[in-house]
Design a protein around this ligand. Structure first.
Ligand code: NDP
Length: 482
């Protein structure tokens, strides 16, 4: 394991200009296990200089060269998948099996998907019969910023970086200060894959310092950000007056709407997963579960029994379902919401307590998966994002009532619906105010589809053509026939 992470600027590894480092805690043990550079605006300036030098070649070298290099990056991550998975688990506290089967394979898929997508990317022509032809040139933006959170570290980081690079931009990227390790390992494989110096620059440090400096830099033309709604708002306040292109993937408070005719076993299995995968720290996790009254009791009993059986423990152990939460601060935030739920009149059906672990793991951030009932839709527990292993359950009677509950927050990222009634599935999907609706499934992802939220869950879409379009500037060229 590497113990001192460095910035990657101009194809080389550097300490921060400040010379200072931040401690990186291992959530499983609560102990410092590595250090990362405490970067600031001076490091951003150096990264922009490096990107400026790299841009003329990278933006003009053609899709074929970019495809080959990005495919090599994917192959090298795959070669090193075990060390990437271990690093992701150590850094974030997530179960190693999850990192090995979901996070790292998806990072590989992101590179392959956008490497090949760029070979197929085309633009429109608008002929004016007998007079002229218009065609749309889609050119790289130049230097772009990519900022990502801690919950799916390499998965979300590469989801931004891969399309930005594929379209010929140079990138200044910042992973979360809580989970910098796999972004650091990525720099090693990018260098080995032959990515030219300065094309990708990765800076580590605090969001409010180096992140803010990326957003403020006048030469950085676009910001692709995934993180909390409050941070997104502050980024928009800085970037919008500078007329930067912005893609904001923000928080959520996702509903799961279960009708009485749902396929019960399949629904139950998936709802345990959609509630507690990665300790509920996935922006797509359902945190408010509404069940139609005829099956409410049956669901409550079966669901609580299944949740009680989830194994919380050492992220390294192959049979662990739930590892540690990402940080002490986050653990306290989630525990605070469990207390709030009780103050608001909620009844804890299972969980609610910290899990004390023996030996080396005694200082880790472990929490029991928690199910709460008896709370009204308007209370803070049901309105605010908790982003941990906590769900509320409540009954509903009619389709209208279920829809009103599901739509009843300011967020709009993803909703899940369970029903065997095809007509209802169509009707409900149309009326849900969310960017993503899953019917009888959850987190079934096709990378070509538009990904993102509405209302306070964000602005813009990622994925497929949406991402290729975001990272390019369309220019209409009109040629008159003579
Ligand atoms: P934050 O908003 O705290 O941070 C996200 C990233 O932004 C981090 O790299 C952070 O750095 C950085 N940052 C913080 N402040 C600034 C700033 N002023 N300028 C620039 N960058 C800044 O989110 P979390 O890391 O806590 O992630 C959890 C959140 O992400 C949840 O709300 C979750 O819903 C959301 N999310 C949304 C997804 C979606 O697709 N819609 C997917 C996954 C998560 P640092 O870590 O150093 O503070």
């Amino acid at each position: 394991m590497e113990h001192q992470i460095q910035n990657y600027i101009g194809g080389d590894w550097h300490a921060a200009q400040s010379g200072a480092y931040l401690d990186n805690y291992q959530p499983a043990t609560g102990k410092v296990y590595s250090r990362l550079p405490d970067s600031d605006a001076r490091d951003v300036e150096l990264a922009v200089e490096a990107a400026r030098k790299a841009l003329p070649h990278w933006s003009k070298c053609g899709a074929q060269e970019r495809f080959q290099i990005l495919m090599r990056v994917a192959d090298l991550i795959e070669r090193d998948i075990e060390s990437f998975a271990s690093a992701e688990s150590a850094d974030s506290g997530k179960a190693r099996t999850l990192a090995r089967t979901v996070d790292i394979p998806r990072a590989i898929a992101n590179f392959r998907f956008f490497a090949t997508a760029i070979l197929h990317f085309s633009s429109e022509a608008h002929p004016m019969e007998g007079e002229a032809v218009n065609f749309t040139l889609r050119q790289p933006l130049g230097i772009v910023g990519c900022i990502s959170p801690w919950n799916l570290p390499l998965y979300l980081f590469t989801w931004k970086i891969a399309p930005a690079l594929a379209t010929g931009n140079c990138v200044i990227a910042k992973p979360s200060e809580l989970t910098p390790m796999t972004a650091y390992l990525l720099t090693k494989v990018c260098a080995e894959a032959g990515l030219p110096a300065g094309v990708l620059n990765i800076l580590h440090g605090l969001g409010g310092k180096v992140g803010q400096a990326i957003v403020e830099h006048p030469e950085i033309k676009a910001i692709s950000f995934t993180g909390g709604t409050a941070t997104g708002r502050s980024i928009a306040q800085t970037a919008a007056p500078m007329f930067k292109k912005l893609s904001l993937e923000l928080g959520g408070k996702n509903p799961v709407l279960i009708f009485a005719d749902a396929p019960f076993e399949e629904m139950l299995n998936t709802t345990v997963r959609s509630s507690f995968a990665n300790n509920g720290q996935i922006c797509l996790c359902g945190s408010r579960i509404y069940i139609q009254r005829p099956i409410y009791e049956q669901f409550r009993e079966a669901f609580v029994a299944r949740v009680k059986a989830l194994r919380v423990g050492d992220p390294e152990a192959p049979d662990t379902n739930q590892g540690a939460l990402v940080s002490q601060q986050h653990l306290e935030k989630v525990a605070g919401y469990i207390r709030l739920a009780q103050e608001e009149g909620g009844k804890i059906l299972c969980g609610g307590q910290r899990v004390e672990m023996p030996g080396e793991l005694a200082g880790g951030y472990y929490l029991q998966p928690t199910v709460i009932e008896g709370l009204p839709i308007g209370c803070r527990t049901n309105q605010e994002e908790i982003f941990g292993p906590v769900v509320t359950i409540a009954p509903f009677d009619t389709e209208e009532e279920g829809l009103a509950f599901a739509n009843g927050t300011n967020y709009g990222l993803a909703a899940t619906v369970w029903t065997n009634d095809l007509m209802r599935a169509h009707r409900v999907a149309e009326q849900l105010h969310f960017g993503i609706v899953w019917i009888n499934c959850w987190m079934l992802r096709d990378l070509r589809t538009p990904f993102g939220g509405v209302r306070q869950s964000g602005v813009g879409r990622e994925g497929g053509l949406e991402a290729l379009r975001f990272f390019t500037e369309p220019k209409n060229v009109c040629i008159r026939y003579w």
